[in-house]
Design a protein around this ligand. Structure first.
Ligand code: DQA
Length: 156
């Protein structure tokens, strides 16, 4: 039975991982932890189900253009993007422009606290065009972003 309070918004999430995140598990574990990318994705999949997401899909790419295309194609296809742009965060104007070009909200994620690290990591060129940034909490950065995205979609 349907009622006026039924949720009508779709909750389709796209998770994008940038360069070198395919190496998680063995890559600088003292900074990024020991979880593999697959383990992170599986945890997000489980949490997304618990939160009632309609869909969650994942893409990791070492190529800027592939991520730009994924962002462009997200228009009308996804309701939220969770993006760990990795090193591209710090210099990719192309990624920033792609985010600014679409109406899909983006949450910027980092496993490590980029503000506590080398100076070149302190600046995010995508920060001014995303909804917000979560960094420094490892896997929990991703989980928090997912929870916020679902909450926003349910409320909107
Ligand atoms: C990162 C931080 C970036 O500075 C770095 O280039 C990465 C990972 C993070 O998740 O902490 O590759 O985005």
């Amino acid at each position: 039975m349907s009622s006026i309070t039924d949720e009508v918004n779709t909750k389709r999430i796209l998770v994008l991982h940038g360069p070198n995140l395919n190496l998680l598990g063995t890559r600088e574990p003292e900074i990024y932890g020991t979880l593999t990318l697959n383990e992170i994705n599986e945890t997000l999949k489980t949490r997304a189900k618990e939160l009632g997401a309609d869909e969650i899909n994942f893409l990791q790419s070492n190529f800027e253009g592939e991520l730009v295309e994924a962002i462009q194609k997200a228009r009308g296809r996804y309701d939220f993007i969770l993006l760990n742009a990795a090193a591209l965060t710090h210099y990719s104007v192309a990624l920033r422009d792609a985010i600014a070009a679409i109406p899909v909200p983006v949450i910027e994620i980092h496993l490590s606290n980029i503000h506590k690290r080398e100076e070149f990591r302190h600046n995010s060129v995508i920060a001014p065009v995303v909804m917000g940034q979560i960094c420094g909490f490892g896997l929990d950065s991703y989980i928090a972003a997912l929870e916020i995205a679902i909450r926003k979609l349910v409320r909107s």
